[in-house]
Design a protein around this ligand. Structure first.
Ligand SMILES: O=C(O)CCC(=O)C(=O)O
Length: 398
């Protein structure tokens, strides 16, 4: 058991073990009481887009934009993943807003809510992830807010890296997705280079296997790689934080770079296509927001936002109310790293010189150089510097 003041000092990911059970207020989480087959019956003929990846070793991550999509009902998905001869693929209905995909299914929309954590949210604010064993989300950092994740079915492995690790994570904005900074490292089938990187990071590295009824809190700026160890279902909400205004300015600058130089790079479909002057307009609006942020109190900001901004009070509330459920994650030891490597079977790709493929290359094609230039312009430290200079320069002009 932690003392309260010790707990309140902690500013890192925490797991609330088994917190979704035995709590009367939580009877709204019907999703927990349903089996996946129940959910399949309730969603009926609704076809959902599942990304189809491969359970094979690859040098680079299997990027989201590059994995093909198959539309399936949940029943068809469950049939596919239980067929004994189809272990070569994984399927992931991932990062999907529940209100968008289940709008015709109010029973599903209402099958969970976050009131237990004093968050006035229901299905309409949440994102759902349904995947088979091997389905994974490549290592990335969300630029906005912090994150609360509820594990409903199956187990998921989370590898977490503190913000101090950022410079060693090989950050990239290619493929481009607003609000996501990817790492170039492939943690699904990691090679020696990845192992070397995890062993020598300047920040801390954590690993947790989430089980049904667990909740994970990920603070702002933490990198994460997530892999389903079984057929799994989880839901999450991103909770805004005060610094999101500054992040928005940074994201508009990245958008501007993409708009001017990034025509041919892979992007997620939802990315806003706009012209140069629209991009400048986004920058201007977010600069104004940053100026306002300086003048605003936290309370007035909270009033303007739909959701409560997450303050340290929220985290303290979680820690105090759920002190008995809290699991603080220890830093990863080299033994844990070795377990992870063995599990993902890295050493079998030793016929390929991975180092050359990831870090440096002799490929001086135009597309290689243009991606390298875009990545340099969009490097988080460069974007941060530009945003600071801009805010300072325009301090009195907006
Ligand atoms: O569950 C996953 O696969 C990824 C979840 C994630 O990236 C997030 O909640 O930020």
């Amino acid at each position: 058991m932690f003392k309260l003041d010790e707990l309140c000092e902690i500013n890192e990911p925490i797991v609330l073990k088994n917190v979704l059970c035995n709590a009367q207020e939580f009877s709204n989480w019907k999703l927990l009481n349903w089996s996946l087959e129940d959910l399949a019956n309730k969603s009926g003929d609704l076809k959902l887009p599942f990304r189809v990846g491969k359970n094979i070793k690859t040098i680079n991550p299997q990027w989201e934009v590059e994995t093909p999509i198959e539309y399936k009902t949940i029943k068809e998905f469950l049939k596919d993943v239980t067929e004994p001869n189809d272990l070569s693929k994984w399927y992931y209905f991932d990062y999907k807003h529940i209100n968008q995909w289940f709008q015709e299914k109010p029973e599903i929309l209402k099958s969970f809510d976050w009131q237990q954590f004093k968050l006035e949210l229901d299905g309409t604010d949440s994102t759902i992830w349904i995947g088979s064993k091997g389905a994974h989300t490549n290592c990335h950092r969300d630029t906005y807010g912090c994150n609360l994740i509820a594990q409903i079915h199956g187990r998921k492995l989370w590898l977490l890296f503190s913000p101090e690790c950022s410079n060693s994570m090989q950050p990239t904005r290619i493929p481009y997705e607003e609000s996501t900074i990817y790492s170039k490292y492939n943690f699904f089938t990691p090679n020696e280079l990845v192992i070397e990187a995890i062993s020598n990071l300047s920040g801390s590295v954590k690993m947790i296997i989430l089980e049904p009824k667990d909740v994970l809190f990920v603070p702002k700026g933490w990198w994460h790689y997530v892999e389903s160890l079984d057929t799994s279902l989880s839901v999450n909400v991103w909770l805004p934080v005060k610094e999101d205004c500054i992040t928005r300015l940074q994201e508009t600058l990245v958008h501007l770079v993409m708009n001017t130089m990034g025509n041919s790079i892979p992007k997620t479909i939802n990315q806003l296509e706009s012209n140069f002057s629209e991009s400048i307009q986004f920058v201007k609006t977010s600069l104004k927001e940053c100026q306002e942020l300086k003048k605003c109190t936290l309370e007035s900001l909270q009033k303007r936002q739909k959701l409560n901004l997450i303050t340290t009070d929220f985290l303290d509330y979680l820690k105090i109310k759920y002190a008995n459920y809290i699991k603080i994650l220890p830093d990863l030891t080299s033994e844990n790293i070795n377990d992870f490597i063995t599990k993902n079977n890295i050493t079998k790709i030793d016929d390929i010189n991975l180092k050359d493929n990831i870090v440096e290359t002799n490929d001086f094609s135009n597309s290689f150089i243009s991606e390298a230039v875009i990545d340099a312009f969009c490097h988080p430290s460069v974007i941060l510097k530009i945003s600071q200079i801009l805010v300072k320069k325009l301090e009195n002009n907006l």
